[in-house]
Design a protein around this ligand. Sequence first.
Ligand code: NCD
Ligand code: ZN
Length: 357
Amino acid sequence: MTMPQTITIPKPDDWHLHLRDGDILKAVLPYTAAHFARAVVMPNLKLPVTTTERAIAYRDQITQALSEHMTFAPLMTLYLTDETNPNDLTRGYEDGVLFAAKLYPAGATTNSESGVTEIQNITSILDRLQRLGMPLLIHGEVTDPTVDFFDREAVFIDRVLRPLRRNFPELKIVMEHITTQAAVEYITSESPYGRLGATITPHHLLLNRNALFDGGIQPHHFCLPVLKREKDRQAIILAATSGAGMFFAGTDSAPHLKADKERSHGSGGIFSAPHALATYAEIFDQAGALDRLANFLSTNGPAFYGLPVNAATLTLEKLETPAVPDLKSILTPNGAEIVTFPNETPLSWRVIEKHPL
Ligand code: NCD
Ligand code: ZN
């Protein structure tokens, strides 16, 4: 019998994650904590995390939901609104409560209704972030209804991001969950390394927009930004597997109850936490870039944010035969179902679990 192929890397971090709160938090947190040492936790709760006080309460809720053997550090974010108080933001950052600020253009995605309506409304906040060196994480899509839905990201770069970076050249910005060739080109050509980074999700690396309609409408492939063309997928694969420091993993694991995904006007968001690392490994293996997996998952993010690389390690192994992962959904404490991703694509990799769930 031949030994399975394995790869061991410093324990990864997830630079963009939705944990929700209450029952869903309890159900999903163990899957992230098993594979990631730290995660940047998104603030788009139903009651958004718009103040330092709410960030502290949310952080406490997350820590309380961790069981004893889990060592996981949530990195908290502040949800920017037209009314964000710059002094509260400053205090939260300087006290080490807040890790970054999150810009949701109002109406762009799940629970973004209280987001920023016009970038001009937060000029003083942007100025403060730049002075503090506090990172700004951006959901980079315009909401203009006259713009084609699939062009929302590319148009955001031209209309919002380019002027923003001209006005605030020192601001540390992460463009979240990039999905397009346009975004890759913008980031690689414009970036003085260290000021502009981007996260990339497992689902945008694995699927193109055909997956939305394959055999009928596929609500479990609906996320924001929406899946794009194959040429865009190829561009983000090249970016992720290049090893370049400005690209790092952010799963955007975004749990919604199965019933909410499958209804009319179903929610955008894909719950990828359990199989995210296996999916990334699959993509890197197919690209012949397993030697750069650690850059993307474990070292680029900490270098960008000025944090240490995790001392713990994680090992993945290659299966003899690719298989669709066994875990197809999880249950909340109330028995509501959350479907996992990927659910139909066979993967050749799996994480060797230290504490099987
Ligand atoms: C996220 C969610 O459900 O909170 N949805 C998604 O499709 N990615 C929000 C977001 O990151 O846009
Ligand atoms: Zn997200």
